[in-house]
Design a protein around this ligand. Structure first.
Ligand code: COI
Length: 355
């Protein structure tokens, strides 16, 4: 593991006075963690420095060819004031898998984890206290080589920034309305859909924008070949409940293998539900919702936590799921998952890393 140097910020910012209006990713703490990579030298210069801009050459490859990947995780404050992380090593391992596909270097996961732990300890006062809030952690890796030839960069920067957050959706735990995207696609077979690369999110912005103007919170992506099978909602994986059976799209290379998705599947079984991964035909989903067989739908994600879906719309069709409110399964999974994350419930799966 690399040695990590620390330069303290002499001009700390004012912390938010009202934790009720944090929103998502609008404020950043006083420090950040950086380390650099160069072919032949590996990762080096692990350092915590005051949060701020860094110089980037206009010809840096990330700005032109988009080798950029990121992760999202959270640090939670327990009732006794202690801080804890949820499955951070799994996020960093996923980042290394994203890196491999994007022809970027594998992360030095040990140094990255230690770096972010030291960073959070230094900025611990920024972890909010209010129910439902947390400190969002955004590890990111970008290519830094200067030049316009299209090939893998030989230099990279890894950085971690921290943001005190509330709910991702303005609705909070209230159900969101989702539009099923039938024109654009997010990912295709053999592509980069399973990675957390910036381009996947860039590709989703137009459809999200159109949906928002129609009054929806997000779009539900269908597969890129037949535009028929349910994939994910860019900011979360999707789950559908049929009575006590919970079904989610099977990982097929174009869906993000969500850490929250995996945790919810495991928790669901523990709580006595059946949990299945399958290929889900969107027309069947609509038919099942209309016939009352599909009783709940909800998204899962680090930022979104568990987000109930009240309405699904596709072209001119609209279905309400359950009674349009938060369903009992989503509520129970939310209470259990956040119970573990905030230290109110025992961590039977070994997911928690105390700070
Ligand atoms: C997360 O849930 O952490 C995400 O990265 C989703 C989104 C905010 C981009």
């Amino acid at each position: 593991m690399l040695n990590i140097s620390v330069t303290r910020n002499d001009h700390p910012k004012q912390k938010p006075a009202d934790e009720g209006v944090l929103g998502f990713g609008r404020l950043f703490t006083d420090h950040m963690f950086l380390m650099d990579y160069e072919e032949g030298r590996g990762w080096h210069d692990a350092r915590i420095v005051p949060y701020g801009c860094f110089d980037i050459d206009p010809a840096a490859m990330v700005l032109h060819y988009g080798q950029a990947i990121f992760e999202g995780m959270k640090c939670y404050r327990r009732a006794d004031g202690g801080l804890q992380l949820f499955r951070p090593a799994d996020n960093l391992a996923r980042m290394s898998r994203s890196a491999k596909r994007m022809c970027m270097p594998e992360l030095d996961e040990e140094t990255a984890l230690e770096g972010l732990r030291q960073l959070i300890r230094l900025d611990a006062d920024w972890v909010p206290h209010r129910d439902g809030t947390s400190l969002y952690i955004r590890p990111t890796m970008i290519s830094m080589d200067v030049g316009l030839g299209v090939h893998a960069s030989k230099k990279y920067r890894f950085f971690v920034i921290l943001s005190p957050v509330g709910a991702y959706y303005k609705e909070g735990l209230k159900p969101v309305s989702i539009y099923v995207e039938d024109e654009f696609v997010r990912a295709v077979r053999g592509g980069v859909g399973f990675t957390k690369c910036a381009g996947n999110y860039a590709a989703s912005i137009l459809a999200g924008d159109v949906a928002e103007k129609k009054g929806f919170s997000q779009v539900l992506w269908l597969d890129g070949v037949e535009q028929r099978y349910v994939e994910e909602v860019g900011s979360m994986n999707m789950m559908f409940a049929y009575g006590d059976r919970i079904v989610t799209p099977r990982l097929n290379g174009s869906i993000l293998p969500g850490i929250t998705r995996d945790s919810v599947l495991k928790l669901a079984v523990k709580l006595g539900y059946k949990a299945e991964e399958a290929r889900l035909d969107v027309h069947e989903i609509f038919a099942d919702a209309k016939a009352g067989r599909l009783t709940e739908a909800f998204g899962t994600g680090t930022a979104a936590v568990i987000s109930p879906v009240g309405v699904l719309a596709m072209k001119d069709e609209k279905v309400t799921l359950g009674d349009g409110g938060i369903g009992p399964i989503a509520q129970r999974l939310y209470d259990t998952l956040t119970g573990i994350q905030y230290g109110r419930l025992p961590d039977e799966f070994g997911w928690i890393l105390p700070l």
